[in-house]
Design a protein around this ligand. Structure first.
Ligand SMILES: NC(=O)c1ccc[n+]([C@@H]2O[C@H](COP(=O)([O-])OP(=O)(O)OC[C@H]3O[C@@H](n4cnc5c(N)ncnc54)[C@H](OP(=O)(O)O)[C@@H]3O)[C@@H](O)[C@H]2O)c1
Length: 248
């Protein structure tokens, strides 16, 4: 019996990195999984493979998380097909940086649209279904820089700090309804998003990681799976670091 048997889960940003591995892990644990990407068709082959391998529905949905109407249609599709939603993973995120003095409103809006406003919007949609059931788990992707900050990343850090704060606020509001809200705060995880900063900065940052290696998507997906499962049934409002002991 898998940890997520009989659970219906939605993972945003499921085409690569942490989101892709979370979908695989959820399917392995027996969940019916819906995963999202922006480009039509990009998830089809991989999801069909996972569905065959784990004998569970693994369903692609295509929309931009900043498109509220499209997000609503997607959640309605899940309601129609499954009648419930147990887990939402707000994983989709972008990192765009500039130094203080060079930050324009376009950059601020782009980052906050995806990393913060869409997270609030997706949570509201999911919670409508979860509230009726009297149960659910929402898992947000914050970041170590959302808690400690990073030079050159004022906007991204602020967006991930906002995710941490909204996780705690939402937990206070929703835990009486049986809905848990937690976040993971990854450190340096080896994905496309991290590779953008370049090998030199990755090496510099790595010297701060006591475990001496980059994190892997599966390191984060494992903690997300714990938070999705009933094993964490009394855990809410928490931000869990997944950073190999990163010393700032
Ligand atoms: N990697 C790290 O070191 C690290 C550390 C701390 C926190 N995080 C957080 O972990 C999460 C996943 O990161 P990752 O490293 O796996 O990143 P990634 O490999 O760059 O993947 C990002 C995902 O987000 C999706 N996405 C971006 N903008 C979107 C939008 N407007 N609508 C829908 N989907 C969108 C992308 O979808 P498409 O495929 O459609 O582009 C992609 O699947 C992010 O929230 C990130 O901030 C990562």
């Amino acid at each position: 019996m898998g940890l997520l048997e009989h659970k219906v889960c939605l993972v945003t940003g499921a085409g690569r990195g942490i989101g892709a591995e979370t979908v695989r892990k959820f399917a392995e644990e027996g969940a019916a999984v819906y995963g999202t990407a922006r480009t039509e068709g990009t998830l089809d082959a991989r999801f069909a493979e996972l569905a065959g391998q784990y004998h569970t529905p693994v369903v692609p949905l295509y929309f931009d998380v900043t498109d509220e109407a499209a997000a609503k249609r997607a959640v309605m599709q899940i309601r129609k097909e499954q009648g419930r939603l147990d887990v939402l993973v707000n994983n989709a995120g972008i990192m765009q940086d500039n130094v203080i003095g060079m930050i324009g409103y376009d950059l601020m809006r782009a980052v906050f649209d995806v990393n913060v406003f869409a997270v609030i919007s997706m949570t509201q949609l999911a919670v409508k279904l979860m509230g009726r059931q009297g149960s659910g788990s929402v898992i947000n992707l914050s970041s170590i820089v959302g808690l400690d900050g990073a030079a050159g990343q004022a906007v991204y850090s602020a967006s991930k700090g906002a995710v941490a704060a909204l996780t705690k606020a939402a937990s206070k509001e929703l835990s009486p309804k049986g809905i848990r809200v937690n976040a993971v705060a990854p450190g340096l995880i080896d994905t496309d998003l991290l590779r953008v900063i370049g090998e030199k900065r990755i090496e510099e940052n790595l010297s701060h990681v006591r475990m001496g290696r980059l994190g892997r998507p599966e390191d984060v997906a494992g903690v997300i799976t714990f938070l999705a499962s009933d094993m964490s049934g009394y855990v809410t409002g928490k931000i869990i670091g997944v950073d190999g002991d990163f010393q700032v």
